[in-house]
Design a protein around this ligand. Structure first.
Ligand code: 5GP
Length: 116
């Protein structure tokens, strides 16, 4: 499968449609998920044009993963969550709906069920 630059995250990265951005650097954009699975659910969206993890350039992943860790730690601290789920889906049968590589950072609160 190839990368289609008309996907919604590519449009957000190009500034064509708005998003609630919480952080941005040369590597990635971090934004609130429009349909959060829990309070504080954010998405780390690397800026390189990859459909998902399967076609990602390893060098781009090397840059993105430390940011995923940094965001997970920051979100845990900011939300006071009890745990953090990091999720990432590859192709529609696996649950991917937006075909630009991204990582879900989902705070988990004890006693609160995640709405997937
Ligand atoms: P996937 O299933 O592809 O891993 O997840 C895509 C995520 O993107 C979903 O959690 C969905 O709520 C979120 N999403 C879809 N469209 C938009 C949008 O326009 N803006 C933002 N911020 N999130 C979106």
């Amino acid at each position: 499968m190839s990368y289609d630059p008309s996907n919604i995250f590519a449009k957000i990265l190009r500034g064509e449609i708005p998003a609630h951005k919480v952080y941005e650097d040369d590597v990635a954009l971090v934004m609130m998920d429009i349909f959060p699975q829990s309070r504080g659910h954010v998405l780390v969206v690397p800026k390189t044009a990859s459909r998902n993890l399967l076609d990602a350039d390893p060098a781009a992943l090397s840059a993105a993963i430390p940011l995923v860790q940094k965001v997970a730690k920051a979100v845990k601290q900011a939300t006071r969550a009890d745990g953090i789920r990091v999720a990432q889906f590859n192709e529609a049968p696996a649950g991917q709906t937006v075909f630009h590589l991204h990582f879900h950072i989902i705070p988990v609160y004890e006693g609160v069920e995640i709405v997937a």
